[in-house]
Design a protein around this ligand. Structure first.
Ligand code: ADP
Ligand code: MG
Length: 300
């Protein structure tokens, strides 16, 4: 069988998706967007984490539980919404104690409490290795919904925090999903596009470029880096879970003027959307542009 990338495979699966008139956005964004009532959309997302892929066998069970829910909440944040209800399925290998599973749930429920999520069900099965899948509902006011597809030439590109080295540092297990930042943004600035960085800046910005049929220039020296990470790591490392978003230049100016003293958040401008479809450039300190592949980390 020909080896497909994760995204090529998902593209092929698109033809199986349902066509209910209540589906506003199906496959292809951070969460599905469904008609809810006159004022709000329902958001619906799922993410699975697998031992040996998304965490190592020796990881602390509370941290595993935290991560399993946090990556789902992050996808709701990326739509501009707030999370609400979760169901949790867990595949448990032989020999894992009930106490261990309870510690996973303790990590999960501490985060659930913080973000107003109620765990309301799930499934429990035997498995060769530990795997946790969560499906999460959320909601967003119609006027506050942000898709990946709205970036326009001239828009400025921002991230909500430093990038790179998430896996090496263990931050991928402990990150706090950016719901508060997202809510602040949709209420006050209305980004034209937004997603959470799960596969690295280059790859995830690539999704925004593809969805909006636009290009981008990133200023290498403006990308905020985590301690121990370099620019290459920011481009390619997965699981930073910061939000990446675009704003029209006028609003970008206002956001910067507002500053993090007043907003309480750290928004960093890192580049600009341009017209050339799906082309990604990096501008070095000396002003030279080079084109790079809009590809990041793939778990596949
Ligand atoms: P994220 O990293 O934001 O969770 P993914 O890269 O996992 O997003 O998925 C991209 C899009 O493809 C999402 O809209 C997701 O719902 C959809 N998707 C992923 N895997 C499948 C699948 N097996 N069947 C249907 N849709 C899928
Ligand atoms: Mg996402």
């Amino acid at each position: 069988m020909k080896k497909l990338s994760e995204f090529q495979l998902i593209d092929q699966l698109k033809r199986f998706q349902g066509r209910s008139p209540r589906v506003i956005k199906g496959i292809g964004d951070d969460a599905a967007v469904l008609e809810l009532d006159a004022r709000r959309y329902q958001l619906f997302t799922t993410d699975m984490i697998v031992e040996g892929v998304h965490f190592l066998k020796g990881a602390a069970p509370r941290a595993i539980g935290h991560k399993a829910l946090a990556c789902n909440i992050s996808d709701i944040a990326a739509m501009g919404g707030v999370p609400s209800f979760a169901v949790v399925s867990i595949g448990i290998p032989r020999g894992l104690s009930a106490g261990y599973v309870q510690r996973i749930y303790a990590g999960m429920s501490a985060l659930a409490k913080k973000f107003g999520v109620s765990i309301v069900g799930g499934d429990t099965v035997k498995s060769d290795r530990l795997v946790i899948n969560i499906a999460l509902l959320g909601e967003v006011e119609k006027k506050h919904l942000v898709l990946r597809s709205g970036a326009r030439p001239g828009d400025r590109i921002f991230v909500t925090g430093p990038l790179g080295g998430s896996l090496k540092s263990g931050r991928h297990l402990a990150f706090i999903p950016r719901v508060r930042e997202a809510r602040f943004l949709v209420k006050n600035f209305k980004p034209t596009s937004m997603l959470d960085i799960s596969d690295g800046l280059a790859g995830d910005l690539g999704h925004i470029l593809k969805a909006g049929n636009v290009g981008a220039v990133i200023d290498a020296d403006r990308v905020p880096l985590n301690q121990g990470a370099d620019f290459a790591a920011a481009l390619a490392d997965g699981e930073d879970f910061e939000l990446l978003f675009s704003l029209p230049s006028e609003k970008a100016r206002k956001l910067i003027q507002c500053g993090h003293q007043r907003s309480g958040f750290r928004f960093c401008e890192i580049g600009e959307i341009i017209g050339s479809p799906k082309k990604l450039f990096v501008r070095d300190v000396d002003g030279r542009r080079r084109m790079i592949e809009p590809k990041g980390f793939t778990h596949f």
